[in-house]
Design a protein around this ligand. Structure first.
Ligand code: HEM
Length: 423
């Protein structure tokens, strides 16, 4: 692989003790395999200047956590992306706001995404995961991205939001674009901004309040506006938050999970003997292949992190995916290990802006994993095709083969593989 770190390794800039790295973090080859660059950033220091982007970066676990936990000095209200246009489009969103507005917006989402609210959805999610795994077993060979990972969260989250069926097929394209739009100025970012405009138009014309299912998470957003809890114009941004954050992230996590299990067959076999380990393995998947690789904050005042001064107004990239592979935090961090329980990983961020949908995402991932462990004897994956996105790490395609679990075959008396009795 090309040396993305030359030639300014270890140099410093005026007014900053941060060592500098000359690398385009959003170039196609780095996005295809960012981990060697992250390792260089961690090696260089606790805070590193990304010269090409004029931002600082925290790539180590301790400093990433420090920045995320300090939401008064590292604010989100000046945007969490890497270009001004996006940061101004998104300025009414929950992710790019500070208290008190953040807490009001978050309160509307939190009410519907907390573990208690999800308890009623759990049964449906578990049943659908089982059906989907059965469908994949029926096919035998399928694409884990297009046939499974891209199907499940769109169905689950689409139903929870109460979306009409019309237009759902475009949701992932817009969500993927919305994550591209976080990037630095450039063609990929501009295309993403156009996708956000299309997503907004879908919300205004198709997923309107009249067409959102009564009692749904989407309807609750408008009820909050009716009750005077939020101004009406924030509804668009809250629905967009569900449509963007709630789908493509989980899609990529699901794809990574199948791919990691397919490429670690001995660990898959071991895991089948200890299915109670499933929640920990979900964490390990998220740790090693963080679907959202990085966002940013802006220093609201002069501040020092691990001895490095950061000036007021400076943008700081928080690289969750690098923190999750910090050797200071996780021994042998590049190794996928089902015995590790990395509950403190930063794939969902932490602190005030920690992912509002993490209970739902974990529920979806666990449901699919448990269904696999119960029904699928072997998982084989072929050569994946990687997706290039400014923020998301994921795959476009993973050829996959499931064979039925022997016990399930026997229990079902043959090829029915333990599926529901009417299948
Ligand atoms: C595996 C799946 C997911 C991953 C990896 C993920 C990742 C993240 C991360 C890293 C953040 C923190 C942003 C920051 O620090 O500025 C975040 C925030 C957020 N996520 Fe997720 N997410 C996932 C699934 C979901 C789902 C299913 C939903 C909703 C249905 C959701 C809704 C949100 C919202 C609303 C925020 C903003 C929270 C705030 O600013 O207070 N996410 N997510």
């Amino acid at each position: 692989m090309a040396d993305h770190t030359s030639p300014t390794r270890g140099s410093t800039t005026v007014g900053s003790a941060a060592p500098e790295i000359d690398v385009d973090l959003f170039s196609e080859d780095v996005l295809a395999d960012p981990y060697p660059v992250y390792a260089r950033i961690r090696e260089l220091g606790p805070v590193v200047r990304l010269a090409r982007h004029d931002v600082l970066a925290v790539g180590r676990y301790a400093e990433a956590r420090t920045v995320l936990m300090d939401h008064t000095r590292f604010v989100s209200g000046r945007g969490v992306g890497f270009n001004d246009e996006f940061n101004s489009v998104r300025k009414s969103s929950v992710i790019a706001s500070d208290p008190p507005r953040h807490d009001v917006l978050r309160g509307v989402l939190q009410g519907r995404l907390g573990p208690r609210s999800l308890r009623s959805a759990e049964e449906v999610i578990t049943a659908r995961a089982g059906e989907l795994v059965d469908e994949m077993l029926d096919r035998g060979t399928f694409d884990a991205m297009t046939d499974l990972a891209q199907v499940f969260p769109v169905e689950v989250v689409g139903e929870l939001i109460g979306l009409p069926v019309e237009g759902r097929s475009e949701l992932l394209r817009w969500a993927n674009g919305a994550f591209d739009a976080f990037g630095p100025p450039g063609e990929r970012t501009s295309a993403g901004l156009r996708d956000i405009a299309e997503q907004f138009s879908y919300i205004r014309t198709v997923a309107t309040r009249e067409r959102l299912a009564p009692g749904s998470m989407g309807a609750a957003v408008y009820e909050a506006a009716d009750a005077g809890i939020i101004p009406e114009e924030y509804c668009l941004h809250l629905l967009s938050a569900y449509l963007t954050a709630g789908m493509d992230t989980t899609v990529n996590a699901l794809g990574a999970m199948v791919w990691l299990l397919g490429t670690h067959p001995e660990q898959y076999q071991e895991l089948r003997t200890m299915p109670q380990q499933a929640p920990a393995v979900v964490n390990e998947v998220l740790r090693i292949e963080a679907p959202a690789q990085l966002f940013s904050r802006v220093a609201a005042e002069d501040v020092t992190v691990s001895g490095v001064p950061i000036a007021e107004g400076q943008r700081v990239a928080v690289v969750y995916a690098s923190a999750n592979r910090d050797e200071r935090q996780y021994p042998d961090p590049d190794r996928f290990d089902i015995h590790r329980n990395p509950a403190g990983h930063l794939a969902f961020g932490t602190g005030l802006h920690a992912c509002a949908g993490q209970a739902l995402a974990k529920l979806e991932l666990r449901a699919v994993l448990e269904a696999m462990l119960a029904k699928v004897g072997t998982v084989t994956t072929g050569e994946p095709v990687r997706k290039i996105n400014n923020v998301l790490r994921g795959l476009r395609s993973v050829p996959t083969t499931f064979t039925p679990a022997p016990a399930a075959t026997a229990a079902a008396g043959g090829p029915a593989r333990g599926r529901r009795a009417d299948a």
